[in-house]
Design a protein around this ligand. Structure first.
Ligand code: PXP
Length: 246
């Protein structure tokens, strides 16, 4: 059975460390523990303001893990240089606003294609895969393909929030599913990320085109109660169970 990979976003460990200004909990140790407990990849977002992950975290993580690193970054020249320097498996390009608490929506490729195109080209020349974090829209997916992306990661935040608050998320689910089918048809690898919980991953695993989930906040939050190992294990079990039933 070809299961979707589970990428764990460890930014939230850095947020906790920085809240006290100490050197713990360590994002590097978190990445190593995630690997040990069965994560298929690590995601880290080096924000322009360095509010959670720092440059040294990324370089230490890549030196120490053996699973792929998905390096999340804004489309800036500085980040492109850093990415080439650290050489992750993939770069996931996200929009970044200083005032936002987290990445609030996908990048608008239509508006930003002239900015994105040369950066994507440069990253790919260095044999790093390029993923674009976008909203579930056929137009955005088409443009992602046109400007050279290998992967699209669909923003699942709105759907997941509805599931958490026991609202009807059927329209959002259908939108994500249609986007996934379309991306797969035109030859893009399909990832999902943002706001995913045990309940939402159960539903999203029914979309057979999904190759990877990137999950952070809920895994780290749930670790407070059941531990990182169990949190990762439970996500993997839910995904596997749903895939068996497809
Ligand atoms: N994927 C992308 C592109 C993101 O920006 C984030 C949030 O940093 C995630 C996945 C993980 O989202 P969450 O922390 O809500 O699980």
């Amino acid at each position: 059975m070809n299961l979707p990979r589970l990428g764990v976003n460890i930014d939230h460990v850095a947020t906790l460390r920085n809240a006290r200004g100490e050197n713990y909990p360590s994002p590097v140790q978190a990445a190593l523990s995630c690997e040990k407990y069965g994560a298929d990849g690590i995601t880290a977002h080096l924000r322009e303001d360095r509010r959670h992950i720092r440059d040294t975290d990324v370089s230490e993580i890549i030196k120490n893990i053996t699973i792929p690193l998905n390096f999340e970054m804004a489309p800036t020249n500085e980040m492109v240089e850093i990415a080439i320097n650290i050489n992750p498996n993939a770069c996931c390009i996200v929009p970044e606003k200083r005032e936002e608490v987290t990445t609030e929506g996908g990048i608008d490729i239509k508006k930003n294609q002239d900015l994105l195109r040369p950066k994507i080209e440069k990253i790919k020349k260095n044999n790093i895969l390029v993923s674009l974090f976008i909203d579930a829209s056929e137009e955005q997916i088409k443009l992602a393909k046109e400007i050279g992306a290998d992967i699209v990661e669909i923003h699942t935040g709105e759907y997941c929030r509805k599931i958490n608050y026991l609202e009807d998320g059927q329209n959002e689910f259908e939108r994500i599913k249609e986007a996934a089918i379309f991306a797969d048809e035109i030859g893009l690898e399909l990832h999902l990320g943002h706001g995913i919980t045990f309940d939402s991953v159960k539903e999203l695993s029914k979309i057979k085109e999904v190759k990877e989930f990137n999950i952070g906040h809920f895994i780290i939050s749930e670790s407070v109660f059941i531990g990182l190992q169990n949190s990762i294990k439970k996500f993997k079990e839910i995904i596997e169970e749903e895939r068996k039933n497809l």
